[in-house]
Design a protein around this ligand. Structure first.
Ligand code: GP0
Length: 824
């Protein structure tokens, strides 16, 4: 072992003391005792014990920052997909092993007790989980940072299957309260909505006054975010909406019991539930109000903190504040900051605009047109009348001063770059607003960032060379290896420094061991043990028996046509058919594992889930194929389930149509844990192949250029259907009643979408995918070659540490330096 001295956290406590603390909380915080306490009570007692460390960290970090007048970043995101917090907090504080021992002595398995914690599912998928990994890294890097979001009462829906179809049930993550949050009523804010704008003329000038039609209270709940090593503890501040007059006593007293509640019910609706959309625009007034509600409360919070330190001297505002927009969801914060600076602080438009632009930066997460938010101008005018005026003014100046100067007289370009779209009624383009109002715009993987410049905002890129950047996404190795894969972590620590979860490049020390047969055996034994564990999870969740000796082939991500779960399905059907035609068809047994939620209103996505479940039912119960194929669709895929599955995966399916998956982050988690990527040249797959070496991933299908070419030539899916015997057979199978006995046609929607439209070119990539799957099969049967490739993957992925992503943001976008919190 060599290199930096170990940064692995060391607890300042003994097992005995930890036990005593837990029991103290069991009695004095939970009001119960050892003989009677439920697992849930034990869980809460542990949380209370851990909080003794965490709350101290929050105070130390706050004090340090306040004393230093620190520049800080404010990460605005409508989603934070946190998952469970206990295990991560224990790991980052260096308390995990201690707690494990303590609980053993008390007669419990810690892992068992951790299962009592509900997931905090305040996000949909990649975008929300990225925000969660990022705030972990910001705290770990000791950056002054605060996450801002919404304190949804209900997170992403719980998914159940009923006769193979997805059913959505409400999520109740804080039904019994959450031990991790601190309510801060002293930092409450007021948010205004509706009403009208008055122009007040005085002293020869004029200014605007917004008379709101309604006001709401925004109550902050702080979730402490413990950096690895426990030095800095930042916070995630989530806003809850409340009625302004919580309860109208006058109405109540005159007998209107129900009416007295209506206003509070309406106001409380705002933070009631997370929109379950992913990569698609919700377009509803309530969603706009959610966006404005948390943006306005957050800006007000930034202003409050700034005024406390600097009064109304705004000369230092941009030096001290960075505001990061996670997608366009908080883009309304741009006109909101303008409103506050101009209308409330009396700063000139030009000065305020300069400050605003220097403060904001924007991350784009997708090129899919359906995800690029546009709001009806009328709706913004109604809900936020002053903001609509401000957007008009921003747009007029932008078109006149910048676009006209660069392209004089070119109305075509003006129409394209305008923040207002004149077609189909007037719409406000939040992407354009975000680019115009920010000093930096970044994509989330190299190829995606290139396409943002080339296809999405080419003229903006010409107008502001250097504004468009790339920051490749990352994942926190604390959660996605150290905590979720203890067996692999223990093996690794025999060969690399214990601070690898912070300095992931230390895993390169494993590369020379990739050919060492003893290490290969140990590494694959870890994988096998993880698979044995997961066999039980599969049994429990789906009642399907699978063998840990089979290949665990995993596709976990939101259900979307562009992610092409149906390509995976067609191949499963083809394999099944090959086995029916030839029972001796030579293949290593395989378990296909899916995890995915579909947006409740996304018809075809739900049909694909249904089709997979129906095929699974048939395949899993067909004795003719002798268990060579099993198909399981795990219900209610979420962070805590991912943490169990990823360490057990052999194959990582990343099979989106090239150009559609901006980055992906599941691909990084799976590869780090030793799964072989089976993927297209899309998003971060390309960079994973670069880092791990092309011989250690299996790439197939069209690249971005070939996709463009195929489309330009007039893509005809029918051609592939007619000319590929196997493909035609499995597609036709979907029309029969083979998988839905007595009910032919139940799965036809999937077939017809592909044969008649195939917007994501599933059929064009089918043969190449099937060939790549054969390569996977052959590689797996060469045990040494497989082990070698898996080890090289684990050893090569330092680039995808979210600490690296955040360091990139800090260096190239935020200009932010760390400040280590003082010890006690
Ligand atoms: C992008 F636009 N992403 C969106 C969205 O609404 N939701 C969402 O999760 C994802 C991208 O698809 C991504 O490519 C990316 O890695 C992630 O945002 C974080 O940047 C997932 O593959």
């Amino acid at each position: 072992m060599s290199g930096k001295k170990s940064a692995a956290p060391k607890p300042d406590m003994t097992v005995k003391q930890f036990k005593e603390t837990v029991i103290k909380h069991l009695r004095s915080t939970l009001g119960t005792y050892e003989e009677k306490a439920s697992k849930q009570a034990w869980n809460q007692a542990i949380a209370a014990s851990v909080n003794e460390f965490i709350f101290d960290g929050v105070s130390r970090t706050r004090k340090t920052h306040a004393g230093k007048d620190a520049r800080a970043v404010h990460y605005l995101s409508l989603e934070f997909l946190m998952g469970r917090l206990m295990s991560n907090n224990l790991q980052n504080l260096g308390l995990y092993e201690l707690a494990d021992k303590a609980m053993k002595e008390l007669g419990f398995e810690l892992a068992d007790i951790l299962e009592e914690e509900p997931d905090m599912a305040l996000g949909n998928g990649g975008l929300g989980r990225l925000a969660a990994c990022f705030i972990d890294s910001m705290a770990t890097l000791a950056l002054p940072a605060i996450g801002y979001g919404i304190h949804y009462e209900h997170g992403l829906f719980r998914q159940e299957f009923f006769k193979g179809r997805q059913v959505e049930r409400p999520d109740q993550w804080r039904e019994f309260g959450s031990p991790w949050e601190i309510c801060r009523p002293e930092s409450e804010q007021v948010v205004k909505l509706y009403g009208y704008v008055e122009t007040v003329y005085e002293n020869g000038g004029s200014h605007k006054v917004w008379h709101p039609g309604r006001t709401m209270r925004a109550i902050p709940w702080d979730i402490p975010i413990v950096g690895y090593g426990g030095h800095n503890v930042n916070v995630l501040r989530l806003w809850e909406s409340r009625a302004d007059k919580f309860f109208d006593w006058d109405v109540f007293n005159s007998g209107g019991y129900v009416d007295a509640y209506t206003e509070s019910v309406q106001a409380e609706t705002v933070s009631k539930v997370l929109y379950p959309n992913d990569e698609t625009d919700a377009g509803k007034e309530l969603r706009l109000i959610q966006q404005y509600f948390f943006s306005a409360a957050s800006i007000a919070d930034v202003m409050r903190r700034f005024r406390n330190a600097h009064g109304n001297d705004f000369s230092k505002f941009t030096a001290l504040n960075a505001l990061q927009l996670n997608d366009t969801h908080p883009a309304i914060a741009i006109p909101e900051l303008m409103r506050v600076l101009v209308d409330e602080e009396g700063i000139s438009w030009a000065e305020a605009w300069k400050m605003t632009r220097e403060t904001f930066s924007y991350t784009n997460h997708t090129l899919l047109p359906e995800a690029l938010e546009k709001w009806p101008l009328r709706m913004i005018q109604h809900v936020l009348p002053r903001h609509m005026e401000i957007i008009f003014e921003i747009n007029a100046r932008f078109l006149k001063d910048e676009v006209e100067t660069k392209w004089p007289g070119n109305d075509g370009i003006k129409r394209k770059l305008s923040i207002i779209e004149e077609a189909n009624g007037q719409m406000v383009r939040m992407g354009n607003l975000s680019v115009v109002g920010s000093h930096a715009v970044n994509g989330v993987a190299q190829i995606h960032s290139d396409l943002v410049k080339k296809d999405l905002f080419p003229e903006m890129n010409e107008l502001w060379p250097g504004k468009f950047l790339n920051v490749t996404n990352g994942i926190t190795p604390r959660r996605w290896m150290k905590a979720c894969n203890p067996r692999l972590s223990t093996l690794i620590e025999k060969h690399v420094d214990a601070d690898w979860p912070r300095y992931l490049e230390k895993l390169t020390a494993l590369k020379p061991l990739a050919d060492d047969s003893k290490f290969q055996k140990e590494y694959m034994a870890v994988k096998h043990a993880n698979k044995e564990d997961f066999v039980k999870v599969i049994k429990e969740l789906t009642d399907v028996d699978v063998s840990a000796d089979a290949i665990f082939d995993v596709q976990i991500k939101r259900l979307h046509e562009y992610k092409r779960q149906h390509l995976n399905l067609l191949y499963i059907m083809a394999l099944y058919r090959r086995l029916l035609i030839n029972p001796d068809y030579d293949m290593h047994p395989r378990v296909f594992i899916f995890g995915a939620k579909a947006a409740p209103g996304y018809y075809l996505a739900k049909e694909i889930i249904f089709a997979i479940n129906k095929v699974a039912e048939k395949v899993n119960n067909d004795p003719r194929i002798k268990d060579k194929i099993k198909v399981v669709f795990l219900p209610n895929y979420r962070v805590s389930l991912a943490e169990k599955l990823i360490p057990a995966a052999d194959v990582s399916q990343q099979i989106s149509l090239a150009g559609k998956e901006a980055s992906g982050t599941g691909n990084m988690k799976l590869a780090l844990n030793g799964a072989i990527t089976l993927g297209t040249l899309d998003g971060a797959n390309i960079e994973i192949a670069e880092e791990a070496g092309e011989e250690n991933v299996v790439i197939f299908g069209m690249d971005v250029d070939e996709v463009v070419e195929t489309r330009e030539q007039g893509y005809n899916p029918g051609h592939y259907y007619q000319n590929n015997e196997e493909l035609k057979a499995v597609l036709d199978w979907l029309d029969s009643d083979f998988f839905t006995p007595g009910e032919p046609g139940l799965l036809s929607a999937v077939k017809h979408n592909l044969v008649d439209h195939d917007p994501y070119m599933v059929l064009a990539d089918y043969q190449s995918y099937s060939d790549a799957q054969s390569k996977i099969d052959a590689l797996y049967r060469d045990k040494k070659a497989w082990a070698r490739a898996a080890i090289i993957n684990t050893a090569s992925l330092a680039k995808f540490n979210s600490d690296r992503s955040i360091q990139d943001y800090a260096d190239t976008i935020w200009n932010l330096k760390p400040i280590k919190a003082a010890a006690k």
